[in-house]
Design a protein around this ligand. Structure first.
Ligand code: SF4
Ligand code: SF4
Length: 459
């Protein structure tokens, strides 16, 4: 393995993953080694892929409990109680790839193909703004004829430009196919937030079988895409695997090696890690899923961790406690699903959590979290290594907490019913007490201003 190499085969080295899995299997119940690894993990500076693999394999109950408890503590220390909310916006399901697990694959004739016009995007965004959303992830299939980069750029401009009542989309993250440095530069210039690209699986043989046709078949081009995005100047990137495609042990080792590579080459690891789970050949249980979340939180403490509405309410509640820091809410995975524009039979996947955003907010408040619509960091220039340094020093939790309360107040004023307003306002008063120094003074002042009608205030 060569962590600094720009070649996929070298920074995601197959033999190194096999050796790691063997090492983890041999040492999974070695109390001495587990103690060493956990002592290191308690420092909050992360773990290597080998150390994380041992924790993932560990069968000893007392250590597994400690792993869960530590994941909980690290998350709260680094990010506080806030849970950031976002929604996916599907622009087009035209796709030239052949991913065997996705209904958008090119040969599927049983699905309706649809691409939103700029006017339809406007309607979708207004519907999202009316729910209270401020942060989106754009999703499209890969299709140079239907969804060229110009279409994506125009759509981003449309979205940022829509100001409806008090609504605004303040951060547009992008989840589109691997592309060239030139195109990534264009996305960077369009002021995107995070560029997200899932690896699906790091195992080359499995990857080639699961992606038999289309440009996505090229494992190296896909695996090296995040490097190209960072070379193009995008400094917040998101990675992830589709758990269930291949064995999770292999894929989590690969995922952590990818994070190590980005940190070694660019000085900054992934801004987010997503853990979507599907029921495919290697479907994993709820217990294993929870452990994966806890181990990633310990191994890469600084990263934001995302789960989608693929997960049920119960599963989401469990992993929120173990390290997930961002969730989607009130989502639609159809093209035109928010404004009900001929959306039937265009969905990418069936959601488990179909609750509207208002219910998700109420639920999070009830669980003791602070639902956050914050988009402050990117807009304040806290991105890339500057952001990571602050998280690693524990300096973001206070800012997150203040901004979560400010944006929650905005949500309560503009979108919540009376019952949620009263729960939310009580949470704001209580949580303000936990913010220290100047941040608290500022947060109090901004909360008053929002009460008086001002909007879009942040620290
Ligand atoms: Fe296309 Fe993405 Fe679906 Fe593959 S996973 S078929 S690239 S939309
Ligand atoms: Fe995210 Fe920064 Fe806002 Fe915290 S303060 S929620 S890290 S944008």
């Amino acid at each position: 393995m060569n962590v600094k190499s720009k070649k996929a085969t070298e920074f995601i080295n197959h033999q190194e993953i096999l050796d790691t899995l063997e090492y983890a299997e041999e040492n999974k119940n070695s109390r001495e080694l587990l103690r060493q690894i956990l002592d290191k993990a308690h420092e909050g500076k992360g773990l290597s892929h080998r150390e994380a693999a041992v924790l993932l394999e560990c069968e000893l109950e007392e250590y597994n409990k400690e792993i869960e408890e530590l994941a909980r503590q690290l998350k709260e220390k680094l990010y506080g109680k806030r849970i950031v909310l976002f929604a996916p916006l599907y622009l087009s399901n035209f796709c030239v790839n052949g991913c065997v697990y996705c209904p958008y694959h090119a040969k599927n004739e049983n699905i309706k193909r649809k691409k939103l016009s700029q006017e339809e995007i406007r309607q979708e965004v207004i519907a999202l703004q009316d729910m209270g959303h401020k942060r989106l992830v754009l999703e499209t299939g890969e299709d140079p004829a239907h969804n060229p980069i110009e279409y994506i750029l125009e759509s981003i401009e449309t979205i940022y430009g829509i100001k409806h009542k008090n609504g605004a989309i303040r951060r547009v993250n992008i989840n589109i196919a691997a592309t060239s440095i030139e195109n990534y530069k264009k996305l960077k210039n369009a002021s995107i937030g995070t560029y997200i690209l899932f690896q699906e699986t790091y195992n080359r043989d499995a990857y080639l079988k699961l992606h038999p046709t289309g440009p996505k078949h090229d494992y190296n081009y896909h695996t090296e895409a995040i490097d190209r995005a960072m070379e193009a100047g995008i400094d917040d990137v998101g990675i992830g695997v589709l758990l269930g495609l291949h064995t999770y042990k292999y894929d989590i080792a690969g995922l952590l090696m990818h994070a190590e590579h980005l940190e070694a080459v660019f000085g900054v690891g992934p801004h987010t890690i997503s853990v979507p789970r599907i029921c495919f050949e290697n479907a994993i249980s709820d217990d294993v899923f929870a452990k994966i979340v806890a181990v990633i939180r310990i191994a890469v403490p600084y990263t934001g961790m995302i789960i989608s509405t693929r997960e049920s309410e119960e599963s989401r509640a469990r992993v929120l406690a173990l390290g997930v820091s961002q969730i989607s809410g009130g989502s639609s995975t159809s093209i035109g699903g928010y404004a009900k524009i001929e959306a039937e039979n265009t969905a990418q996947f069936e959601m488990s959590d179909k609750r509207p955003l208002s219910e998700i907010v109420k639920w999070l408040l009830g669980l003791g979290y602070v639902p956050s619509f914050c988009t402050a960091c990117y807009r304040e220039g806290r991105s890339g290594d500057r952001f990571m340094k602050m998280v690693k020093k524990g300096q973001i939790a206070n800012i997150c907490q203040a901004n979560s309360l400010i944006t929650l107040k905005e949500y309560l004023k503009d979108y919540a019913d009376e019952a949620v307003q009263s729960i939310g306002n009580a949470v704001i008063s209580k949580e303000l007490e936990g913010i220290s120094g100047n941040f608290r003074v500022k947060a109090e002042a901004y909360l008053r201003k929002i009460g008086g009608g001002e909007r879009d205030l942040y620290i």
